[in-house]
Design a protein around this ligand. Structure first.
Ligand code: ACO
Length: 313
């Protein structure tokens, strides 16, 4: 895989989570678990659950926020990618449904869904940036959205306490300015049985944990070396929000502080393909100025997939 620099600008970001909140105490009433166990092992305190809203509804809400934030001319969007493993239907894709909800059905647009588990948003950014830089497209709406509560076994304490629902997105454009972006995405397909979803999520937590620590470290190192950047030049690392212990062990490996990472796992749990997108939006919203900051996104997920992105804001 060649290292290629893309030149893309993050024009806006948005995120949305359903209003229903499930705390760890709510789970104590459903399975043999405790707030103490969940917080200690994962860092999660609550998560948001849909009450009837579909993945396309969450995706649409995130998109509208990104569009309204900068008063964006949505008719410029000619590429729409939704990363998800919990689509409304097997077909059509969530992306097609979002196009319609945005009132853009009458114009030419390439719309498709992408399923790379929790790494989906990084894969989608990689694909969108490369398509933009081909010169064929001018504006990409890239969304990560999930309603994982509909594929959760609420009798399985090993999985049901970990996940939440939500959506996040970015609007990307080709840039005339120097907005360097580097992407690395890869897969280890033989590990399929450690994490898969049919009717429900099935997971060997220990195997995923071991894989995740190694994958996150490798993805960070790879994108830094491809971009000839050192960690000290990175303003913030925005990781997939799956488990605080995974992030702590990555800190140890790279000898960096937990403050170098943006975290919102306490509030949302693991929202899979939406997780990095929501965190990116929250991070940008809580900063006074991000112009030209370099940030590093990193994730892992079923497949097993993993990857990282270095963006210049
Ligand atoms: N409450 C109480 N006890 C529990 C719970 C729970 N919710 N879940 C499991 N346990 C029990 C287990 O049954 C086990 O009991 P036993 O010893 O009697 O058999 C005990 O706790 C310890 O279980 P472990 O699996 O050893 O716990 P571990 O410290 O590994 O933590 C966890 C489990 C949190 C799942 C951890 O392995 C993990 O975070 N793995 C990564 C998961 C992940 O990131 N998944 C998503 C990745 S990809 C994606 O995002 C789709």
């Amino acid at each position: 895989m060649k290292k290629i620099m893309n030149n893309v600008k993050v024009v806006s970001t948005g995120s949305y989570a359903p209003s229903k909140i499930m705390t760890n105490y709510d789970f104590e009433k459903m399975v043999d678990t405790s707030d103490e166990w969940i917080v200690k092992r994962t860092g999660i305190k609550k998560r948001h659950f849909s009450t009837g809203e579909e993945t396309s509804d969450l995706a649409y809400q995130a998109a509208i926020k990104a569009i309204e934030k900068v008063n964006y001319d949505k008719t410029k969007i000619d590429l729409l990618i939704v990363a998800t493993f919990t689509p409304d239907y097997k077909s059509p894709g969530v992306s097609n449904l979002v196009q319609a909800k945005l009132g853009l059905s009458e114009q030419d647009m390439t719309c498709f869904d992408l399923n790379s588990g929790c790494t989906g948003f990084i894969y989608a950014l990689d694909v969108a940036s490369t398509m933009l830089n081909s010169g064929k497209y001018q504006s990409a709406l890239v969304i990560g959205a999930e309603v994982i509560s509909k594929v959760m076994d609420f009798n399985d304490r090993n999985t049901c306490v970990l996940f939440g629902d939500g959506a996040g997105c970015v609007i990307l454009e080709n840039s005339n300015e120097e907005k360097e972006a580097y992407f690395y995405s890869t897969s280890r397909g033989e590990l399929e049985k450690s994490l898969y979803v049919n009717d429900y999520v099935h997971m060997d937590g220990k195997k995923v944990y071991q894989f995740a620590v190694d994958a996150v470290n490798k993805a960070i190192e790879r994108v830094l070396s491809d971009s000839d950047t050192s960690l000290s030049e990175i303003k913030k690392i925005i990781p997939h929000q799956a488990n605080i212990r995974i992030i702590k062990s990555v800190c140890k490996h790279h000898d960096v502080s937990l403050d170098d990472f943006f975290l919102n796992i306490e509030e949302y749990g693991n929202t899979s393909a939406a997780s990095i997108a929501i965190a990116l939006d929250e991070y940008i919203r809580c900063q006074q100025k991000v112009e030209n900051d370099k940030i590093l996104l990193v994730g892992f997920g079923s497949g097993f997939t993993y990857g990282a992105a270095l963006l210049t804001l």
